[in-house]
Design a protein. Structure first.
Length: 131
């Protein structure tokens, strides 16, 4: 008997973080959950990678050299081809309610505070991707 169930395409996630150990940990975690993962070490590299196939989600560190997460997000939102791209900020910063509202005003799907709980991060990724 043939299985005619359509194969679901793996969701692609671009992890943007200047800390190699964070990129490695996120790669291991997300791949173990069935996601395809690519990496960028800073905002400029992320923008360069976004010229290729568009990921389903970007996990974006806020505090990076060269181009901050916020500046990277502003460039993403200014590009009509990427304007609807789902983005979750990764940050060590704790935000007030006003700060959280400001982040949402940037069009992010969510934000995750480092250090993060693996199950919480995966749940937020799945929620953003609606998987």
């Amino acid at each position: 008997m043939l299985n005619n169930k359509p194969k679901t395409k793996m969701k692609r996630i671009l992890v943007v973080d200047d800390e190699p150990n964070i990129r490695k940990a996120l790669g291991l975690l997300l791949r173990s959950e069935g996601f395809e993962v690519d990496f960028a070490g800073d905002g400029e590299e992320a923008l360069s990678k976004l010229k290729g196939p568009k990921p389903d989600l970007v996990l974006l560190d806020m505090f990076m050299p060269k181009l901050s997460g916020r500046a990277t997000l502003e460039k993403i939102r200014a590009n009509p081809k990427l304007a609807d791209l789902k983005v979750i900020f990764l940050t060590v910063a704790l935000f007030s309610e006003a700060g959280k509202k400001g982040l949402r005003g940037l069009g992010i799907s969510d934000y995750v505070t480092k250090p993060f709980e693996n199950n919480d991060l995966v749940a937020r990724v799945r929620k953003a991707l609606k998987t």
